[in-house]
Design a protein around this ligand. Structure first.
Ligand SMILES: Cc1ncc(COP(=O)(O)O)c(C=O)c1O
Length: 485
């Protein structure tokens, strides 16, 4: 024995294997995080604080005032089923009305909400289909659900024709779905966290109703990244498109644009009641503290009073500015798309190309919205991110397994609090890095093994490694650029 237990040996081997494959995750340096008392010298192009509400003195003052007069702020006393705080119930009532839903149910996080919903609502014999880029929490929920593995299907990202084919096949193959004796759930994200793409929600709702006229197919929309930014008063894209009555459940999280913590599911009275009885991630956990509930409530005040709308306009304006500046520069400087590229959906920013209609009755989706999430595709996300960091720009590399192999990127997240000057520096940094890389003679032959593979979506896991197996010159490139920092 070498003194190590079997467990230690195995855990260390797994971590070493990740290190070897350049995918080991590590926490970022806390010094890179900004706070009101210790503002980071770095421009933030990475957090999900899209509206920069975490730095809002208006929200901060409002929250402190509310906390100072609230009857309860500490703890919550237990699970909602044990202690149902008045503040919790009032926030649910407020949110059901705000989002135009029948009922609202709070969860401690968006992750818990997705796990809780997908683990219990779909029943034995039902089918769940999901966009291939769906968040890890939906996968985790399905893993412990009663839905058989052979009744869980993904379809290509945002592909209406792929969805149409899958729905038609399932209808042909499964009598229960045809007869309305079993149900189908379609899980999508309103705005995809790693790609900044929008699900064509209206077309999806139309398609479910057309293929399953008995109304046994249900749309479930995760609005984690769209809450606060899109729709009237930031109510999300379901509200923007007027789909409230055609969606079974919507998830709104508080930890991203709302600068709080927690989440709410907007759904029917029956589903809420069922979740209260069967969603283990709700039943067997202490509910959010009173302080958390007050914080979320104060953030919703910012949505209602128009503060968020103002910030959202600024944010989306900045997003358009970024893509409208970077894309032409990449073209005019002849940067090969194999080295750096923006997604093709951004090639004409306000009118992304529309997928071909899968069915003659269905209109093409036109989505004239800018997104604050912009992936810069490159097979070398780590060196690019490190180069930007040295310029005072914090944009993180995202790699497999957070995104599929071969789809590595630096994920740029814009914020209402970013300035145009920061965005200009970011654009210049990306282009300078690309030109320097080309000058180093690496060219477009980057020595990268681009084996395609599935990803594991989730917001937190991007920064560990660059996720591609390098050969020869690719590895050299990392060394050369990193040694310059
Ligand atoms: C699409 C999506 N859904 C759900 C979640 C989880 O939300 P929360 O951070 O509140 O747990 C995230 C966060 O990464 C997300 O990106």
């Amino acid at each position: 024995m070498n003194g190590k237990s079997a467990l230690e040996t195995r855990l260390q081997a797994a971590l070493a294997s990740r290190e070897e494959r350049w995918i080991r995750r590590r926490l970022p340096d806390p010094a890179l995080s900004t706070s009101s008392t210790h503002p980071s010298p770095l421009a933030d192009f990475t957090s999900n604080d899209y509206l920069s509400l975490s730095a809002s003195s208006k929200l901060r003052t409002h929250l402190l005032q509310r906390l100072s007069t609230a009857p309860d702020i500490l703890g919550s006393g237990g699970s909602r089923l044990l202690v149902n705080g008045r503040a919790h119930a009032q926030l649910e009532e407020r949110l059901a009305a705000f989002f135009g839903g029948e009922e609202a149910l709070l969860f401690n996080s968006g992750f818990d909400a997705n796990v809780g919903f997908f683990a219990c609502v779909p029943q034995r014999g039902d089918v769940v289909i999901y966009d291939e880029y769906i968040h890890a929490s939906v996968h985790d929920g399905l893993r412990s659900s009663r839905v058989a593995p052979d009744s869980q299907f993904s379809f290509p990202h945002n592909s209406l024709s792929g969805l149409w084919d899958l729905l038609s096949r399932l209808k042909a193959e499964r009598r229960g779905l045809r007869d309305g004796e079993s149900s189908l759930f379609l899980a999508v994200e309103s705005l995809y966290s790693m790609d900044g793409t929008f699900a064509p929600l209206t077309e999806m709702a139309d398609m479910l109703e057309e293929v399953f006229p008995l109304k046994n197919a249900y749309l479930v929309v995760d609005e984690a990244h769209s809450t606060g930014i899109y729709g009237p008063q930031g109510r999300g894209r379901v509200a923007l498109l007027g789909l409230e009555d055609r969606v079974l459940a919507r998830l709104h999280t508080f930890g991203k644009a709302l600068a709080a913590t927690g989440a709410v599911v907007i759904t029917s009275t029956l589903i809420r009641d069922y979740l209260l009885n069967y969603a283990r991630s709700l039943i067997y956990t202490t509910s959010l503290s009173y302080a958390n509930i007050i914080a979320a409530d104060c953030s919703f005040d910012m949505l209602v009073d128009g503060t968020a709308q103002h910030l959202s306009n600024r944010l989306l304006d900045l997003s358009s500015y970024f893509t409208n500046t970077l894309q032409p520069l990449l073209t005019s400087r002849q940067i090969p798309p194999t080295l750096v590229s923006l997604p093709s959906s951004l090639s004409s920013p306000h009118h992304p190309p529309t997928p071909s209609p899968p069915h003659p009755h269905l209109p093409s989706p036109i989505i004239p919205l800018p997104s604050p999430i912009i992936p810069i595709h490159t097979p070398h996300p780590r060196p690019l991110s490190a180069y930007l960091l040295a310029l005072g720009l914090n944009a993180r590399p995202i790699t497999w397994p957070t995104v599929p192999k071969g789809k590595d990127r630096v994920r740029v997240c814009l914020h209402a609090g970013n300035t145009r000057a920061e965005v200009d520096r970011l654009v210049r940094g990306v282009v300078d890095w690309a030109e320097e890389t080309l000058r180093l003679g690496v060219g477009v032959d980057l020595g990268v093994d681009l084996k395609l593979g599935g990803g594991e979506r989730g917001g937190g896991g991007g920064g560990g490694g660059d996720g591609v197996r390098r050969t020869g010159r690719g590895r050299v490139l990392d060394g050369v650029l990193e040694s310059k920092l």
